[in-house]
Write a protein that binds this ligand. Structure first.
Ligand code: COA
Length: 356
């Protein structure tokens, strides 16, 4: 039986930290509201682009797998904040890491993007179309932050995570997955002014629009129900789940999803306090930290669940292999920067103004 196992993992978060106290200087908010309503304490603001964050995360994942970039035959980069529309950020990563034998493309399913890309990679490997696939989730959502919209500007941050998926005879891998979309409700969560529509003079400043409470309810229902269905597909009982790694959008969404599943909070991975919502990057960053913190034992059953713009949702059950330590490590890092988060956000403020 040909399976696809995760053999490498890595992350890259930029150094500049935007705290809740910083946000108090930009918009009408406060640490107490942000902490209690979202669970977020700080997020990272990037001085580089998505392909740069991705390339560093990718090199850590390749080292953990004991591979070099030329071993890859496919790169899938889940993002909705690519450096450019063309070329894809995935091909930029290919060039940056020297993955000369790999085809590369971006996948846009917003916050569900990493699980969409992981499922495609798994199916490509099982069908024999690829042997070694690099799957990345990376975002630079700070580009779209509008501090006159306090209900969205406190939520998002930047970062990247990556895994290497390899063909293997080892048992496990992606036991079941479920992907879904509902384009009829797309306007409830969107980035305006980011594409060709409705902006003929190219003067509308881009920004994130979201009907927060409606998105909240839909996220809890979709992530909970998709997780239940995917566990049934995999033939696993709830008490066989070692760890739920959910998309990190709001700690109250994560708690409500765990309650809907009747899952003990001790078996849920949460790191939203440090990074906020990094969209397609939350799950691979969380997975990398879970492995590094020893939260994943050999053979562990992991449930992933995500919900995002589109709408899109995804859940997957993944059985980890026998190795939980990296084969080698990489010294890859971002170009140094001493710019503060507030300095990096000056162009946003020039475009939209402040919210206070
Ligand atoms: N600081 C202080 N007050 C704020 C605020 C902020 N940053 N943002 C909103 N508020 C206020 C609102 O103006 C409102 O005030 P009012 O009662 O005087 O009108 C009050 O807080 C409640 O607003 P509401 O939008 O109902 O809050 P909420 O509890 O639903 O939390 C979100 C808002 C955005 C945090 C929450 O709805 C959410 O997380 N939604 C889903 C996010 C998500 O998952 N997005 C991506 C999907 S991947």
């Amino acid at each position: 039986m040909r399976n696809a196992m995760i053999t490498g993992w890595g992350k890259c978060v930029p150094p500049a930290v935007l705290s809740n106290a910083d946000l108090e200087t930009l918009t009408d908010t406060n640490d107490e509201w942000i902490t209690t309503r979202t669970g977020i304490k700080e997020r990272r603001i990037s001085h580089v682009e998505v392909s740069d964050l991705s390339a560093v995360a990718a090199q850590h994942a390749l080292a953990a797998a004991g591979l070099t970039a030329t071993d890859l035959d496919l790169i899938l980069l889940a993002t909705c904040t690519a450096d450019r529309a063309v070329p894809s950020a995935a091909t930029m990563v290919q060039a940056k890491i020297g993955a000369t034998n790999a085809a590369a493309m971006d996948v846009n399913a917003a916050c569900s993007g990493f699980l969409f890309a992981l499922s495609v990679a798994d199916q490509m490997i099982r069908a024999g179309g690829a042997q070694r696939v690099l799957v990345i989730g990376a975002e630079k959502l700070s580009f779209f932050l509008d501090f006159t919209n306090r209900s969205t500007c406190v939520l998002f941050g930047d970062g990247a995570g990556a895994v290497v998926l390899e063909a293997s005879d080892e048992s496990g891998g992606l036991l079941a997955f479920e992907l879904g979309s509902d384009g009829t409700a797309g306007d409830l969560l969107c980035i305006t002014g980011s594409g060709t529509e409705g902006n003929p003079m190219r003067t509308l400043p881009p920004g994130i629009l979201m009907e927060g409470p409606d998105v909240f309810r839909r996220a809890v229902t979709a992530m909970g129900d998709a997780s239940t269905r995917v566990l049934a597909k995999a033939g696993l009982a709830l008490d066989e789940v070692d760890l739920l790694i959910p998309h990190q959008a709001n700690v109250r969404i994560i708690d409500a999803t765990a309650r809907r599943l009747s899952l003990d909070p001790a078996r849920v991975f949460v790191n939203i306090a440090s990074y906020g919502n990094t969209s397609a990057a939350t799950i691979p960053i969380a997975l990398t930290e879970a492995v590094e913190e020893g939260r994943i034992r050999p053979g562990a059953n992991i449930v992933f669940a995500a919900f995002g713009g589109g709408f899109t949702w995804a859940a997957a059950v993944f059985r980890w292999g026998s190795r939980t330590t990296p084969i080698t490590t990489s010294a890859a890092q971002l170009p140094p920067s001493t710019a503060t988060a507030l300095e990096l956000l000056a162009p946003n403020i020039a475009l939209h103004g402040k919210g206070i």
